[in-house]
Design a binder for this molecule. Sequence first.
Ligand SMILES: Nc1ncnc2c1ncn2[C@@H]1O[C@H](COP(=O)(O)OP(=O)(O)O)[C@@H](O)[C@H]1O
Ligand SMILES: [Mg+2]
Length: 246
Amino acid sequence: MVLVVENLTVRYGSAQVINGVGLRVERGEIVALLGNNGVGKTTLLRALSATLNLHGGKTVSGTAHNGSCDLLRADAVAVVRSGLAHVPEGRRIIANLSVEDNLMAGALAVRGAAKIAARRATVYDLFPVLAERAGGRAGLLSGGEQQMLAIGRALMSHPSVLLLDEPSLGLAPLVARQIAATVRRISDEGMAVLLVEQNTRIALSVADRVTVLGGGRVVAQGRPEDFADSRVLAELSLGGRAREMS
Ligand SMILES: Nc1ncnc2c1ncn2[C@@H]1O[C@H](COP(=O)(O)OP(=O)(O)O)[C@@H](O)[C@H]1O
Ligand SMILES: [Mg+2]
């Protein structure tokens, strides 16, 4: 097992957002993390990448490990060194830098020019359009290309675990499907992927397993086919919230 989260509870101030969540992701596996807006998906990813403090959040209890790395005690750099990379909501590429310099920003923790060049070649192989645009300003890329760049930048650190927060957001369906297919390819090569998606159809089409959050708790886990009826998913996630409020 690569990523193991147990009984995780997270707060922003006095608001408890994640309540005792557990999940596991193995090598070569995509786990889709689904749930309605506001259930705490982004918050969970922040807790795992040691970026929660940047948003005023705090882990109250629980454990989270990437292999032997204690993710809740490590700082953000140590988390990256442990092999966990987080592609945040909204991509966050640096618009004024070139495509290639954005990629290099993802390699700050990587030592050795040969290693960095090899990683860059791998990213360009996965996303050929980034190679074509290498010298151009990142801000001029389309939304889909910017998402590819954000994922490519995360891959520069050669992670064993990839956290993806809504990669399809705002993208045309065809582009979103292309990106999902590439994520599947990356995972097939051995990476563990935790994929947060609002686009459940895409998520279900690439995931090996599904975890549904509702009201900050895991309300269901299963295989993609268990959630093929979208009404099931919506009710589960809403139901979780309702229980939480009662
Ligand atoms: N920085 C923050 N400070 C306070 N509350 C927050 C912050 N970020 C998110 N929240 C709240 O935490 C809950 C979960 O948010 P989030 O993790 O973004 O959900 P999701 O990604 O599932 O849409 C929401 O009620 C949201 O308003
Ligand atoms: Mg979110």
